[in-house]
Design a protein around this ligand. Structure first.
Ligand code: FCB
Length: 440
């Protein structure tokens, strides 16, 4: 891959948030010390997780969080994005764990940035039920009441788009439903939950609230009308459906009428102003007209009935996951957002960016991150208000349906011994943070 590696990374503004991200279900383990989630139930089904593994132990972060906080401190990040597990909070002593984690982070000088929902819904709840949104707001109040004296920056939801698409429309993630467009109510109820959570957090005194939404540019497979139209529709599903309600207070044309309940009233809640907007970026998607047959893409089988088909992006290096490496897609995405949302767009934080490669001498990861940090700086130069960048992920972890086969960590985890070994990319990121701090 062509990079500017070797030349110095440009300076980011003083006060920029530099962090790494994780999520509860992917690292905590200690599954027998919390209530079950939809992911536990899904994982128990045959053939769901490619390597047949479970997240029962994962990185055992629940019992080893001190060691992981020490890794964060040594890395030199000024922020850490983790998620709070709702099933754990529901069980005895669950909140005590997050209390300790937040204390230890503060003592290490690392700012805690919790995500309140990262896909591990308590197993008795369902995003197809409107009531789940209200239950979420109650849980959020409880967590904010306990941690709010030390946590100032909050993330409501992680990627409702992927949770809807993969979990409810295509059935390859928990809860494993294949409802296609009948999955849309799950999206609406998550967005409503987000709005109610923003209200609950503000009521608890929080003043620095965002969301982590997955976005990426959609590239049409060709200039043919059918391809352009299909790409436009895909773009609306991934980008517009989840950003327009939050930032413009409306759904893209044709979508609102597919949503349940009093959509206009709900949109007022969903559009509660945000203090910042979190973007998870991995790669653009090339999309063309439907091909009339079920096709496999990125390990996901795409039903023939979909009005689009996802295609390879040719001529690019791909990660171990098969995702193309396209740093300039990040600049394109952010400048596109600035143009689309204008004054309605709050400051942006990149809440996830990273790649899966094996090994501890992970030069490919260094090249990927180097390219993306530079692409982010180009967005900044183009006038996008960017305030932070979080690498996915601190540790190799349970990568959902892929199990432990995909390694995204700056730190290698041996899943037999649970030994942590910082990779070359960890040292590279530490140098970057030192250089940035030196000139801040
Ligand atoms: C994102 C998820 C995160 C992780 C990365 C690779 O979609 O938010 O949990 O799985 O992808």
């Amino acid at each position: 891959m062509a990079t500017d590696a070797g030349t110095e990374i440009p300076r980011f503004p003083a006060g920029f948030l530099w962090g790494v991200s994780t999520s509860a279900h992917q690292i905590e383990g200690a599954a027998d010390e919390r209530e079950p989630s939809v992911w536990d139930a899904f994982t128990a089904g045959p053939g769901r997780i490619k390597d047949g593994s479970t997240a029962a132990v994962a990185c055992d972060h629940y019992h080893r969080h001190r060691e992981d906080v020490a890794l964060l401190a040594d890395l030199g990040v000024n922020a850490y994005r983790f998620s709070v597990s709702w099933p754990r909070v529901r069980s005895a002593h669950g909140l005590d764990f997050y209390d300790r984690l937040v204390d230890d982070l503060c003592a290490a000088g690392v700012r805690p940035v919790p995500t309140l929902f990262h896909w591990d819904l308590p197993v008795d709840l369902d995003w197809l039920d409107r009531d789940t949104a209200a239950r979420f707001a109650e849980y959020v109040s409880l967590v904010a009441g306990r941690l709010g004296d030390r946590v100032s920056r909050w993330i409501t939801l992680n990627e409702p788009a992927e949770h809807t698409l993969l979990g409810h429309a295509l059935g390859v993630h928990a809860p494993g439903r294949r409802l296609l467009f009948d999955a849309l109510p799950a999206a609406h109820h998550q967005l409503l939950a987000h709005g109610l959570a923003v209200q609950a957090l503000r009521a608890a005194g929080a003043a620095d609230i965002g969301i982590a939404n997955s976005h990426g540019p959609t590239w049409a497979a060709s200039e043919e009308e059918a391809d352009v139209e299909a790409a436009g529709f895909y773009d609306l599903l991934l980008n517009g459906l989840f950003a327009d309600p939050l930032l413009l207070g409306r759904y893209p044309e044709g979508i609102g009428e597919l949503m349940p309940g009093d959509v206009e009233a709900d949109l007022k809640v969903i559009a509660e102003p945000l203090d910042w907007y979190g973007v998870n970026y991995y790669a653009p998607t090339r999309v063309g007209a439907p091909q009339g047959a079920e096709i496999e893409f990125g390990g996901v089988s795409m039903p023939a009935e979909l009005p689009f088909s996802v295609r390879e992006i040719e001529g690019r290096e791909v990660t171990d996951f098969g995702w193309p490496v396209v740093p300039e897609g990040l600049t394109e995405l952010l400048t596109g957002f600035r143009d689309r949302y204008g004054d309605r767009l709050p400051p942006i934080v990149i809440t996830e960016n990273g790649c899966s490669y094996p090994g501890v001498d992970d030069q490919e990861r260094i090249a990927y991150l180097d390219g993306h940090v530079r692409a982010l700086h180009r967005a900044l130069e183009a006038g996008v208000d960017v305030r932070g960048y979080f690498v996915w992920s601190l540790l190799d972890n349970f990568e959902w349906a892929e199990g432990y086969a995909r390694r995204f960590g700056l730190v290698h985890v041996d899943f037999d011994t649970l030994e942590r070994t910082p990779k070359a990319s960890y040292r590279w990121f530490r140098e970057l943070l030192r250089a940035q701090a030196a000139t801040a």
